[in-house]
Design a protein around this ligand. Structure first.
Ligand SMILES: [Mn+2]
Length: 249
């Protein structure tokens, strides 16, 4: 038991059931592989293209992933989930049924004496006020309560439509530019690392690009790729932290 693993942006459910299922099975293979020497696993958001759970009901998908997470968690492997901008609406299903902690904000962790800041990576840095407003509005408990009053058939259809729309818009925007110094995540990470000099690593997803970027002599930004094209993940050991691609055997 010697490593910590992180992945994000699997977007299960998109673009359709058949293609999502292929990626879900890959993710389960990855979990099987890394759980052989993992001391902890972190999933940093947008696991699902949309997630909603009612008081007694969850969406009838993703059973392989949920079963694998339950199995690993029952075996005593700590798994932590951060909400993304697509799967913002967890309730108590993950902690109660799977024994998995869910955070809707960035967290700090220490692995092998190294200090890590972990975030999904949306809504950070300067500007982007329209998005930040939307993010705050979507977290409004009254809205969540009202959405839960909808019949699941209607609610899931509505969600599928809005999730597609926002993902397509986001992809168009993101493809226009490369991941450079003007990137909000990079501006944020540089400022945050400078004001938190105890940090050695900032890890984020969201951008669907795998990148390693030095922030200072002591701190590095790791951007997790997605599980649509990249199938990348972060491996943290006592000796090194590195982005790797999952290639199933
Ligand atoms: Mn995202």
């Amino acid at each position: 038991m010697s490593k910590v693993y992180m992945a994000s942006d699997i977007h299960l459910g998109a673009p359709d059931h058949a293609r999502s299922l292929v990626r879900e099975k890959l993710l389960v293979q990855w979990l099987d592989r890394v759980s052989q020497d993992a001391q902890e696993i972190y999933l940093l958001g947008d696991i699902f293209d949309f997630w909603f759970e009612w008081k007694h009901v969850v969406p009838k998908y993703y059973v392989r992933l949920l079963g694998k997470l339950a199995e690993l968690s029952d075996r005593g492997l700590p798994i932590t989930v951060l909400t993304g901008n697509h799967d913002i609406w967890y309730k108590d299903y993950f902690p109660r049924e799977l024994g998995i902690q869910v955070y809707d904000r960035p967290i700090e962790r220490t692995f092998f004496g190294q200090h890590f800041f972990l975030a999904h990576g949306d809504g950070l840095g300067p500007g982007d006020h329209g998005y930040k407003f939307l993010k705050a509005a979507l977290r409004n408990p009254v809205l969540k309560w009202a959405f839960a009053r909808l019949h699941p058939n209607l609610a899931m259809n509505l969600a599928g439509w809005s999730s597609n729309t926002s993902r397509n818009a986001q992809e168009r925007r993101h493809k226009l530019k490369d991941y450079g110094e003007q990137e909000r995540q990079v501006i944020f990470a540089r400022q945050y690392a400078a004001s938190h000099p105890h940090l050695q690593a900032i890890v984020m997803g969201h951008r669907h690009l795998a990148r390693t970027l030095p922030l200072s002599d002591t701190a590095t930004l790791y951007v997790l790729g997605d599980w649509i094209e990249d199938f990348s993940y972060l491996e943290v050991s006592a000796h090194e932290t590195r982005l790797l691609d999952f290639r199933p055997q």
